[in-house]
Ligand binder design. Sequence first.
Ligand code: SF4
Length: 226
Amino acid sequence: MELLDNIPVSMPVEVIKRKLHIKEDSQWNEVQPLVEAALPVIAAKAVYKVCYIDKKLKDAVLIDGISFKSRVLRKNFDAVERVFPYVITIGDELQQKARAFNDLLKQYYLDIIGNIALTAAREYLEERLRTKYGLGGMSRMSPGSLTDWPIQEQKPLFSLLGDVEASIGVKLAKNLLMIPQKSISGIYFPTEISFYSCQLCPRERCPSRMTGYNEKLAREYGIDEH
Ligand code: SF4
Protein backbone atom coordinates (compact mmCIF):
# COMPACT_ATOMS: atom_id res chain seq x y z
CA MET A 1 0.00 0.00 0.00
CA GLU A 2 1.33 3.44 -0.97
CA LEU A 3 0.87 6.37 1.39
CA LEU A 4 0.60 10.03 0.40
CA ASP A 5 0.98 12.14 3.49
CA ASN A 6 0.68 15.94 3.70
CA ILE A 7 -1.08 16.31 0.34
CA PRO A 8 -0.94 19.98 -0.65
CA VAL A 9 -4.50 21.24 -1.00
CA SER A 10 -5.08 24.03 -3.44
CA MET A 11 -8.29 26.01 -2.90
CA PRO A 12 -8.44 28.97 -5.28
CA VAL A 13 -10.65 31.83 -4.09
CA GLU A 14 -12.68 31.71 -7.34
CA VAL A 15 -13.53 28.03 -6.72
CA ILE A 16 -14.65 28.71 -3.15
CA LYS A 17 -16.76 31.66 -4.27
CA ARG A 18 -18.37 29.63 -7.04
CA LYS A 19 -19.16 26.63 -4.82
CA LEU A 20 -20.58 28.85 -2.08
CA HIS A 21 -22.49 31.01 -4.58
CA ILE A 22 -20.78 34.13 -3.26
CA LYS A 23 -21.31 37.20 -5.37
CA GLU A 24 -21.13 40.08 -2.90
CA ASP A 25 -17.99 41.33 -1.13
CA SER A 26 -19.95 41.45 2.11
CA GLN A 27 -20.56 37.68 1.88
CA TRP A 28 -16.90 37.03 1.13
CA ASN A 29 -15.90 39.09 4.17
CA GLU A 30 -17.87 36.62 6.25
CA VAL A 31 -16.40 33.53 4.57
CA GLN A 32 -12.75 34.55 4.27
CA PRO A 33 -12.00 34.17 8.03
CA LEU A 34 -13.57 30.70 7.88
CA VAL A 35 -11.28 29.71 5.00
CA GLU A 36 -8.30 31.02 6.94
CA ALA A 37 -9.36 29.05 10.00
CA ALA A 38 -9.96 25.91 7.93
CA LEU A 39 -6.67 25.73 6.05
CA PRO A 40 -4.39 24.89 9.01
CA VAL A 41 -6.64 22.03 10.21
CA ILE A 42 -7.03 20.30 6.85
CA ALA A 43 -4.77 17.24 6.90
CA ALA A 44 -5.13 15.59 3.50
CA LYS A 45 -3.77 12.05 3.18
CA ALA A 46 -4.35 9.13 0.85
CA VAL A 47 -3.52 5.48 0.48
CA TYR A 48 -3.68 3.56 -2.74
CA LYS A 49 -2.51 0.27 -4.14
CA VAL A 50 -1.61 -1.08 -7.56
CA CYS A 51 -3.72 -4.20 -8.09
CA TYR A 52 -4.26 -6.70 -10.89
CA ILE A 53 -7.49 -8.34 -11.92
CA ASP A 54 -7.28 -12.09 -11.38
CA LYS A 55 -10.58 -13.07 -12.92
CA LYS A 56 -13.54 -11.50 -14.74
CA LEU A 57 -16.79 -13.28 -13.97
CA LYS A 58 -20.26 -12.54 -15.34
CA ASP A 59 -21.22 -9.79 -12.88
CA ALA A 60 -18.15 -9.68 -10.68
CA VAL A 61 -14.38 -9.35 -10.69
CA LEU A 62 -11.67 -10.89 -8.56
CA ILE A 63 -8.94 -8.39 -7.68
CA ASP A 64 -5.86 -9.69 -5.85
CA GLY A 65 -8.02 -12.60 -4.68
CA ILE A 66 -10.88 -10.41 -3.36
CA SER A 67 -14.30 -10.52 -5.00
CA PHE A 68 -16.26 -7.40 -6.03
CA LYS A 69 -19.79 -7.86 -7.23
CA SER A 70 -21.03 -5.22 -9.69
CA ARG A 71 -22.21 -5.43 -13.26
CA VAL A 72 -21.03 -1.88 -13.98
CA LEU A 73 -17.59 -2.40 -12.45
CA ARG A 74 -17.25 -5.64 -14.40
CA LYS A 75 -18.15 -3.93 -17.68
CA ASN A 76 -15.82 -1.00 -16.98
CA PHE A 77 -12.99 -3.49 -16.45
CA ASP A 78 -13.58 -5.23 -19.79
CA ALA A 79 -10.30 -4.01 -21.27
CA VAL A 80 -8.50 -3.31 -17.98
CA GLU A 81 -5.91 -5.42 -16.19
CA ARG A 82 -4.51 -2.99 -13.61
CA VAL A 83 -6.58 -0.90 -11.16
CA PHE A 84 -5.88 1.50 -8.30
CA PRO A 85 -8.08 1.24 -5.18
CA TYR A 86 -7.80 4.27 -2.88
CA VAL A 87 -9.01 6.01 0.27
CA ILE A 88 -8.53 9.75 0.78
CA THR A 89 -9.28 11.84 3.86
CA ILE A 90 -8.84 15.39 5.13
CA GLY A 91 -9.09 14.23 8.76
CA ASP A 92 -11.66 15.18 11.38
CA GLU A 93 -10.42 18.52 12.71
CA LEU A 94 -12.31 20.66 10.24
CA GLN A 95 -15.59 19.02 11.19
CA GLN A 96 -14.81 19.43 14.87
CA LYS A 97 -14.30 23.12 14.17
CA ALA A 98 -17.60 23.27 12.27
CA ARG A 99 -19.47 21.54 15.12
CA ALA A 100 -18.15 24.14 17.55
CA PHE A 101 -20.15 26.85 15.73
CA ASN A 102 -23.80 27.28 16.66
CA ASP A 103 -24.34 29.15 13.43
CA LEU A 104 -25.76 26.76 10.83
CA LEU A 105 -24.61 28.92 7.92
CA LYS A 106 -21.01 28.84 9.15
CA GLN A 107 -21.29 25.06 9.57
CA TYR A 108 -22.54 24.83 5.99
CA TYR A 109 -19.69 26.98 4.67
CA LEU A 110 -17.10 24.85 6.47
CA ASP A 111 -18.73 21.68 5.17
CA ILE A 112 -18.43 22.91 1.57
CA ILE A 113 -14.86 24.10 2.19
CA GLY A 114 -14.11 20.54 3.39
CA ASN A 115 -15.61 19.10 0.21
CA ILE A 116 -13.48 21.44 -1.91
CA ALA A 117 -10.37 20.30 -0.02
CA LEU A 118 -11.32 16.64 -0.49
CA THR A 119 -11.77 17.16 -4.23
CA ALA A 120 -8.38 18.90 -4.44
CA ALA A 121 -6.76 15.96 -2.62
CA ARG A 122 -8.44 13.52 -5.01
CA GLU A 123 -7.19 15.49 -8.01
CA TYR A 124 -3.70 15.39 -6.52
CA LEU A 125 -3.89 11.59 -6.22
CA GLU A 126 -5.25 11.30 -9.76
CA GLU A 127 -2.36 13.35 -11.15
CA ARG A 128 0.13 11.29 -9.13
CA LEU A 129 -1.26 8.04 -10.58
CA ARG A 130 -1.28 9.49 -14.07
CA THR A 131 2.37 10.55 -14.02
CA LYS A 132 3.78 7.68 -11.97
CA TYR A 133 2.11 4.91 -13.96
CA GLY A 134 2.03 6.58 -17.39
CA LEU A 135 -1.76 6.61 -17.57
CA GLY A 136 -3.82 8.65 -20.04
CA GLY A 137 -7.55 8.82 -19.39
CA MET A 138 -8.79 7.62 -16.01
CA SER A 139 -12.17 7.12 -14.40
CA ARG A 140 -13.26 6.00 -10.95
CA MET A 141 -16.08 4.25 -9.16
CA SER A 142 -17.00 4.33 -5.48
CA PRO A 143 -18.92 1.75 -3.45
CA GLY A 144 -22.38 3.09 -2.70
CA SER A 145 -22.58 5.43 -5.69
CA LEU A 146 -24.92 3.05 -7.55
CA THR A 147 -27.26 0.37 -6.25
CA ASP A 148 -25.38 -1.92 -8.61
CA TRP A 149 -22.25 -1.38 -6.47
CA PRO A 150 -23.62 -0.89 -2.96
CA ILE A 151 -22.00 0.51 0.17
CA GLN A 152 -21.46 -3.06 1.46
CA GLU A 153 -18.59 -3.28 -1.01
CA GLN A 154 -16.59 -0.92 1.20
CA LYS A 155 -15.58 -4.01 3.17
CA PRO A 156 -13.74 -5.81 0.37
CA LEU A 157 -12.30 -2.47 -0.78
CA PHE A 158 -10.77 -1.84 2.65
CA SER A 159 -9.57 -5.48 2.80
CA LEU A 160 -7.89 -5.02 -0.56
CA LEU A 161 -5.98 -1.98 0.68
CA GLY A 162 -4.86 -3.34 4.05
CA ASP A 163 -4.75 -1.46 7.35
CA VAL A 164 -6.22 1.86 6.21
CA GLU A 165 -6.89 3.00 9.78
CA ALA A 166 -3.26 2.57 10.82
CA SER A 167 -2.05 4.38 7.68
CA ILE A 168 -4.33 7.41 7.44
CA GLY A 169 -6.80 7.04 10.33
CA VAL A 170 -9.87 6.10 8.29
CA LYS A 171 -12.12 3.28 9.46
CA LEU A 172 -15.53 1.91 8.58
CA ALA A 173 -18.45 2.49 10.92
CA LYS A 174 -21.10 -0.22 11.46
CA ASN A 175 -23.20 1.33 8.68
CA LEU A 176 -20.09 1.16 6.44
CA LEU A 177 -19.75 4.92 6.15
CA MET A 178 -16.24 6.17 6.71
CA ILE A 179 -14.92 7.86 9.84
CA PRO A 180 -13.76 10.65 9.56
CA GLN A 181 -16.75 11.61 7.49
CA LYS A 182 -14.70 13.79 5.13
CA SER A 183 -13.18 10.76 3.41
CA ILE A 184 -13.74 9.18 0.03
CA SER A 185 -12.93 5.75 -1.35
CA GLY A 186 -13.04 3.99 -4.67
CA ILE A 187 -11.14 2.41 -7.51
CA TYR A 188 -9.40 4.31 -10.29
CA PHE A 189 -9.05 2.54 -13.61
CA PRO A 190 -7.67 3.53 -17.02
CA THR A 191 -10.25 4.44 -19.67
CA GLU A 192 -10.21 6.00 -23.09
CA ILE A 193 -13.71 7.42 -22.64
CA SER A 194 -14.44 9.01 -19.27
CA PHE A 195 -16.99 7.21 -17.14
CA TYR A 196 -19.07 8.85 -14.39
CA SER A 197 -21.41 6.87 -12.14
CA CYS A 198 -23.77 9.87 -12.47
CA GLN A 199 -24.40 8.77 -16.09
CA LEU A 200 -26.14 5.69 -14.68
CA CYS A 201 -27.79 7.35 -11.69
CA PRO A 202 -31.27 8.85 -12.21
CA ARG A 203 -31.33 10.69 -8.86
CA GLU A 204 -32.85 14.12 -9.30
CA ARG A 205 -31.56 17.36 -7.77
CA CYS A 206 -28.26 15.86 -6.59
CA PRO A 207 -25.89 18.74 -5.72
CA SER A 208 -22.85 16.56 -6.50
CA ARG A 209 -23.97 15.46 -9.98
CA MET A 210 -21.05 15.66 -12.43
CA THR A 211 -22.91 14.88 -15.63
CA GLY A 212 -26.43 14.05 -16.82
CA TYR A 213 -28.24 10.72 -16.54
CA ASN A 214 -27.92 8.68 -19.73
CA GLU A 215 -30.77 6.19 -20.03
CA LYS A 216 -29.34 4.61 -23.17
CA LEU A 217 -26.00 4.00 -21.48
CA ALA A 218 -27.77 2.57 -18.42
CA ARG A 219 -29.49 0.08 -20.72
CA GLU A 220 -26.14 -0.79 -22.32
CA TYR A 221 -24.76 -1.53 -18.85
CA GLY A 222 -27.81 -3.69 -18.21
CA ILE A 223 -28.91 -1.80 -15.13
CA ASP A 224 -32.15 -0.13 -14.33
CA GLU A 225 -31.83 2.16 -11.33
CA HIS A 226 -35.49 3.24 -11.54
S1 SF4 B 1 -25.98 11.89 -9.36
FE1 SF4 B 1 -25.32 12.24 -7.24
S2 SF4 B 1 -25.92 10.34 -6.15
FE2 SF4 B 1 -25.95 9.87 -8.34
S3 SF4 B 1 -23.92 9.02 -8.74
FE3 SF4 B 1 -23.82 11.23 -9.21
S4 SF4 B 1 -23.08 12.17 -7.31
FE4 SF4 B 1 -23.77 10.09 -6.78
